[in-house]
Design a protein around this ligand. Structure first.
Ligand code: AMP
Length: 278
C-alpha cells in the first residue's frame, strides 16, 4: 500500500514538474525591433573628402551595415520559429535610409520605421531615438549590429541599454530563447562567454551568429508593399544637435614596404635596433 502511495505521489510530482517546465519554456512571442544602418558598402575603398570633414559618400555604393544583416536574419529566424510576433526594421538617416529598410523588409521584416536625420548622426542621438521608438512600440527584444562599419563606434546598443535600464548582451554569436530568458554566447577576447538575460533586452550581434539570407526577387517585390512609416527625430522629442566636433578626418599613414629577414636572430636584432620595440 505504502509503495503504491509513493508511486502515485511520484507520478503526480513528475507531471507537475514537467508541466511547470513546459510553462517556463512556453513560446512567448514578442515584438522585435531591429536597427539597420546604411553605410558605405564593405567592398568599397573608403575615400576621405577633400575638405577632410568626413568620408566620401557621394556616388559610392551604399548597403546595409553587414552586422545589421545578421541582426535582421536573427529577427526573421525567431519569427519563423514562432518566438516573435512582429519584426520592425528601423533606420535613422537621410531619405536614402529607406532603401536599407526595404532590404530588411525583403529579408522578412514585417514593417519599417524611418527616422529622418542628417547623415552622421551620433550614437548617443541614435540611442535616444531608438529609446523613444522602444517606448512607442514596446518590443521584447532590440537587435543591433555590434558596430557600424563606417564609424566603428560600437556604442549604440550599450547606450540604448543604459538609457532604458534593460539587460544587454553584446558581440553575440549564439542566441536561443526560452520563455522570457535569452541565452546568449558572446565573443570575448578570451574566447566565448555564455550569459542568460531576461527580456526585455538589447542584443548586439556578431558576424558568426548566422548567415544572412539573400532576398529573392518575389520578396523584393513584396517588400515594396510593406508598411514603412517616416517620422522626424523632433516627432520623437529628440534633438539631433551634435555634441562632438570632428576636427579632421585623415587617411591612415601609408605603410612602409616590408623587408625579408633570413633568421630569427636577424628579426630580433631589427626589432631592437631599427623598430626599437624590444
Ligand atoms: P555603432 O554604435 O555606430 O557602431 O552602431 C552599432 C549598431 O547600432 C549598428 O550596427 C546598427 O544596428 C545600430 N545603428 C547605429 N546607427 C544607426 C542608424 N543611423 N540607423 C539605424 N541603426 C543604427
Amino acid at each position: 500500500m505504502l509503495v503504491f502511495v509513493c508511486l502515485v505521489t511520484g507520478a503526480v510530482l513528475f507531471t507537475l514538474l514537467k508541466l511547470n517546465r513546459n510553462i517556463s519554456l512556453k513560446k512567448v512571442p514578442m515584438k522585435i525591433l531591429v536597427a539597420v544602418k546604411r553605410v558605405v558598402d564593405y567592398n568599397v575603398r573608403v575615400r576621405v573628402k577633400a575638405d577632410k570633414s568626413g568620408v566620401e559618400t557621394q556616388n559610392v555604393k551604399m548597403s546595409m551595415n553587414p552586422f545589421d544583416e545578421n541582426a535582421t536574419e536573427e529577427a526573421v529566424k525567431l519569427k519563423e520559429a514562432g518566438l516573435a510576433s512582429e519584426v520592425i526594421a528601423v533606420s535613422i538617416g537621410p531619405d536614402k535610409a529607406q532603401e536599407t529598410i526595404r532590404t530588411a523588409l525583403a529579408m522578412g521584416a514585417d514593417r519599417g520605421i524611418h527616422v529622418v536625420t542628417e547623415e552622421g548622426t551620433e550614437p548617443l542621438c541614435i540611442a535616444k531615438i531608438l529609446k523613444a521608438l522602444v517606448e512607442k512600440e514596446q518590443p521584447g527584444l532590440v537587435l543591433t549590429g555590434k558596430q557600424a562599419i563606417d564609424d566603428d563606434s560600437n556604442q549604440t546598443a550599450q547606450m540604448l541599454a543604459a538609457l532604458l535600464g534593460w539587460a544587454q548582451a553584446t558581440f553575440v554569436s549564439g542566441l536561443s530563447v526560452e520563455g522570457n530568458t535569452l541565452n546568449a554566447t558572446r565573443e570575448v577576447d578570451g574566447g566565448l562567454e555564455k550569459i542568460a538575460l531576461t527580456t526585455p533586452a538589447i542584443v548586439s550581434v556578431d558576424l558568426r551568429l548566422n548567415t544572412p539570407r539573400y532576398a529573392s526577387l518575389p520578396n523584393i517585390m513584396k517588400a515594396k508593399k510593406k508598411p514603412l512609416d517616416s517620422l522626424s527625430a523632433e516627432d520623437l522629442g529628440v534633438t539631433t544637435t551634435p555634441r562632438l566636433t570632428i576636427l579632421e578626418v585623415v587617411d591612415p599613414p601609408q605603410r612602409a614596404t616590408g623587408v625579408k629577414v633570413s633568421s630569427v636572430a636577424e628579426l630580433i636584432e631589427k626589432l631592437k635596433t631599427e623598430a626599437e620595440v624590444l
